[in-house]
Design a binder for this molecule. Sequence first.
Ligand SMILES: Nc1nc2c(ncn2[C@@H]2O[C@H](COP(=O)(O)OP(=O)(O)O)[C@@H](O)[C@H]2O)c(=O)[nH]1
Ligand SMILES: [Mg+2]
Length: 460
Amino acid sequence: MVEKKRDTIAAIATPYGESAIGVLRLSGPDTLEILKKVFRGRSGRLKPRFAHYGLIVDEGGEPIDEAVVVYYKGPHSYTGEDMAEISVHGNPIILKKVLERLLSAGARLAEPGEFTKRAFLNGKLDLTQAEAVAELISAKTDLARRLALNQLRGALSKEIKPLRDELLTLHALVESSIEFEEEDIPTIEREELKGRLERILERVNRLLETAKAGKYLRRGLKLAIVGRPNVGKSSLFNKLLGQERAIVTSVEGTTRDYLEETLSLGGVPIRLVDTAGIRKATDEVEKIGIERSLRQLEEADLVLFVLDASAQGLTPEELELAEKIARLNKPVLVVLNKADLGRRLELPENFPLKGVPTLAVSAKTGEGIEELKDRILEEAGLKGAAEGGQIYVSVRHGELLRRAKAALENALEYLRSDFYSPEILMLDLREATDALGEIVGEVTTEDVLGQIFSTFCIGK
Ligand SMILES: Nc1nc2c(ncn2[C@@H]2O[C@H](COP(=O)(O)OP(=O)(O)O)[C@@H](O)[C@H]2O)c(=O)[nH]1
Ligand SMILES: [Mg+2]
């Protein structure tokens, strides 16, 4: 396990700017001693969990600001250590001065996420809950907030821990089958072992199915609208966004650069990107815009390839673009826009995106737009999320679940084979157990913790 830090840390916990109040935090063994130096309260003693009104003073005893201090005695605090929250007037000058005072009185400036890291190291939160703290703070939609809160309250741990416990039990049973073959100690039959491992694998798979949606819920789904000039990309962008953000004209090449805006579809953050129409441009500015747009296409999680439903046929450039999109091997929807003008367009036999879901819409009348939104959620695996799923695992959890899955599949295959030996089976069980242990933080390294907590804000 990682060594516990023993110094006392301090940080400003509220955002920079003028506000009614600003809060600083202090955590560690010297909390009370530091407070005695910097805080002059009405009553002498700082009673834990009570609000104390008084003054924060500098080294010379000169007041910096009025303050309300709440002292928490460890382990009954967020970090599990002695801790304090100091509320002063929300002015960056005051907050900075109070922070400097805390540092001069013996505290060290906290690193990003260090309070939560200490809470984890002191066993107040497991790793999935610590991660949920950061997610709750950065949640972009109400749905993301709800899911982060679920995770903070232990929803994912409650799934993972029993699986890990069951694996530990099976490991012990297999182990005793080696040591006590001749004795009257409970051992386990291959059939039973197989059944129990299959049930674990099933639940790992169910969690893994939420990984794609979990990723989009956390960092948004990037949706690129592409097509040749004038098919109505910008009109569609505006329609999905619900505001006239992009310039729409009948002049080809109106959209010179790509535009990105975020919208919420059923609570899923969608990063919607309007791009410059793809064609062989001669204009220098347009050329650069097209290159930048093609990069957006490459980075997108989902592509809306827009065609003009009222056109006679596809242009050679559209066919070329379709080929490029097909090669990218990512989810695509073909959108036949301007359906209000009647559908004339027939997709040719050699259309590279054959078999891709195709929808007729009109950015002008709004026809088909609701279905399109629905399809976007469906393609992204997010339909269930909008409808109230409870757990969506993160990219980190997904990687570890895939490791556990591979180990479990290995173990099962091995159990079915003629070369079964408990010693080798135990290696796979150990691997699966460790992978699940890393999710909740039972098994972890300083590197992993560093990666997770460095993404937090200071003061959290
Ligand atoms: N009738 C009709 N016209 C549309 C529709 N969508 C866009 N347009 C028109 O097509 C032209 C090009 O639209 P725009 O959104 O700028 O296309 P972009 O170049 O692909 O971004 C404009 O004159 C729009 O008013 C539609 O669904 N129906
Ligand atoms: Mg445009």
